[in-house]
Design a protein around this ligand. Structure first.
Ligand SMILES: Nc1ncnc2c1ncn2[C@@H]1O[C@H](COP(=O)(O)OP(=O)(O)OP(=O)(O)O)[C@@H](O)[C@H]1O
Ligand SMILES: CC(=O)N[C@H]1[C@@H]2OC[C@@H](O2)[C@@H](O)[C@@H]1O[C@H](C)C(=O)O
Length: 380
């Protein structure tokens, strides 16, 4: 985009750093009345290893060191600001032309049902005040807690965006996100039925953790290592016994439940590392398929729009095809949104919803007691 954008549509930047801790995704999105949001440009600022480690430690910390928390927050915010600046320079856009940045922040802990009888909470590390100062843009942040306050799970939020993006096409649609965790969205074919969406369980979070324990590198490129292993049926059954997989929606999950120690507690020690990786892929494929089978779609004969980094994992996609033999897989790129950009786009759209005092949640998905306007506004 080399020329100044016209007055309408309006332009938003969505910032997402998911549970995989791989980087900050920044998406420039155009939103015009009565048409689906349009992806204009993208930029990724990879997460430096030092920040990755700092955030990962916080996610699993027994006790919080506030100096460490502040260090992580500041470094995270600087990375976000650099991502925004790089995106705007790349596209020849000024900060004044951006209506708002929608910042998800970094999820540190997610306990929508509370802990040991305590209050429900979801914690995203974020500093929208600093981000507004560093970028000169209005920032919208803290999207999840209003839904939680209204009794919802605060996640997944993307289904409302999936509806805004793909709902106009007509017909029943299924969207699958294979991020650190996997979530599905069912968009009904008629306007009377309600959207359904929920987390199905872990995806890349366990694949990445097990891979990086055994290799130098963050993930199993194309699932090649997993493809060389054998599925361990005994271990698979053990993993599938986890009550989360049998919980009815609304449900959401995170690193608090599914992490390396959760897996290691279920190993005998005799398994080969490759077989464990193959079994983790199967766990993802089966838990996604079981989730989809709970939906009111016509016996899996449905088009499945697959997004998130896991869409690039060839072996995982092959196992999904085995578990869902009647599904037709489709890339959101065919609809103008590459698979890696749906979530960042969602937070641009949520910022737009906030500025227009429009709801961002779907109570049929999160279980909140009603529609809510999500997020707080931080002026530049
Ligand atoms: N070529 C590839 N082969 C295998 N896995 C891949 C490939 N490319 C990306 N991935 C996986 O995708 C992950 C990143 O996915 P994504 O960016 O969707 O995660 P995320 O933003 O943390 O998601 P969420 O917030 O939904 O949990 C990587 O950590 C890796 O596991
Ligand atoms: C608490 C939290 O950050 N959850 C993430 C995570 O990553 C995928 C899945 O678990 C989903 O519930 C959510 O992210 C997306 C953006 C969502 O809210 O739809």
């Amino acid at each position: 985009m080399k020329t100044s954008p016209p007055m309408s549509p309006s332009y938003y930047v969505g910032l997402m750093s998911g549970t995989s801790l791989d980087g900050i995704d920044a998406a420039l999105v155009a939103i015009a009345p009565h048409s689906p949001p349009e992806l204009i440009a993208t930029h990724v600022s990879p997460m430096p290893q030092s920040l990755h480690n700092l955030l990962l430690n916080l996610c699993h910390a027994e006790q919080v060191n506030f100096a460490e928390l502040a260090e992580a927050e500041s470094a995270f915010c600087q990375l976000q600001a650099n991502a925004v600046k790089a995106l705007l320079i790349q596209e020849g856009v000024t900060a004044e032309q951006i209506h708002a940045i929608g910042s998800h922040g970094q999820t540190i802990e997610h306990a929508p049902d509370g802990h040991n009888g305590g209050p429900a909470y979801t914690l995203q590390l974020d500093n929208p005040s600093l981000l507004a100062e560093l970028t000169g843009c209005t920032v919208v942040a803290d999207f999840r807690r209003r839904d939680l306050a209204a009794g919802g799970q605060a996640a997944p939020l993307a289904p409302a965006f999936h509806q805004a993006l793909f709902g106009h096409q007509g017909g029943e649609q299924l969207v699958l996100n294979l991020g650190g965790f996997a979530n599905v969205t069912w968009l009904p074919s008629n306007a009377v039925a309600q959207v359904i969406g929920f987390d199905t369980g872990p995806a890349n979070v366990l694949l990445d953790a097990w891979f990086s324990k055994h290799h130098n590198g963050r993930f199993d490129q194309n699932g090649t290592w997993a493809a060389g292993g054998q599925i361990d049926q005994t271990l698979l059954q053990q993993l599938l016994n986890e009550p989360f997989f049998h919980q009815p929606p609304p449900r959401s999950t995170g690193r608090e439940l599914f992490h390396l120690a959760w897996l290691e507690n279920k190993l005998t020690g005799d398994e080969s590392a490759e077989d464990v990786q193959a079994t983790l892929v199967e766990l993802t494929a089966i838990s996604v398929a079981q989730g989809i089978q709970q939906l009111p779609s016509r016996h899996n004969e449905v088009t499945l729009i697959v997004c998130g980094g896991g869409a690039h994992n060839t072996y995982l996609m092959a196992r999904l095809a085995v578990q869902l033999p009647k599904a037709i897989f489709k890339s959101p790129a065919d609809l103008g949104w590459p698979e890696d950009w749906i979530e960042a786009g969602a937070f641009a759209w949520l910022a737009h919803q906030r500025l227009h005092n429009l709801p961002g949640n779907l109570p049929s998905v999160t279980g909140a007691s009603g529609l809510r306007v999500l997020g707080g506004i931080y002026a530049p």
